[in-house]
Ligand binder design. Sequence first.
Ligand code: C5P
Length: 210
Amino acid sequence: MSFVVAIDGPAAAGKGTLARRIAEHYGFHHLDTGLTYRATAKALLDRGLPLDDEAVAEGMARELDLSGLDRAVLSRHEIGEAASKVAVMTPVRRALVEAQRRFSLKEPGAVLDGRDIGTVVCPGAPVKLYVTASPEVRAKRRLDEIVANGGNADYAAIFADVRTRDERDMARADSPLKPAQDAHLLDTSEMSIEAAFSAAKSIIDARLEQ
Ligand code: C5P
């Protein structure tokens, strides 16, 4: 049976970096499930289709090919905004969750990161991590990332954006962002990626040894 590491948390908490690091260390497959919502939103935007038509959005979600997700293209800010709008639709979530569950069965193991992995997509995962950080720290990390990539942005605007997205993700009726009851909480506000990885590794190793 494949071993699943489920990682959830708000935007820019560091879960993507942690998930990639874990996947690399254990030789597991990795899926950033945010990219599946982003790709669905982008497909609608590219075709000039509305973001609020459930049947149309579900059709796009069902056609999605998980092997063709391009992080560089999908990481644009407007796509993230649009993604959190299509992510409130139950038919879209149902379609994407089915694809994500198929991915989670890959041998020898899979790391999935998102908002509802431990609660909805893989509730039976042997390891669940809920990675968080204060909104201030998350906004600062986003800003540093943009500047490092040669862009410029305004801290206040990014901070406002982080708060809006948190609210939308936590308040939605279907699969709101929240820690699973049996998730280990990792607050990375004051933690380096190495420290976060080492904490995660201890938890995973303990489960692998059982
Ligand atoms: O993590 P990322 O910023 O790429 O996610 C984009 C949006 O997709 C999130 O704001 C959230 O609304 C949605 N999402 C979700 N469930 C997931 C992953 C992402 O609803 N498992």
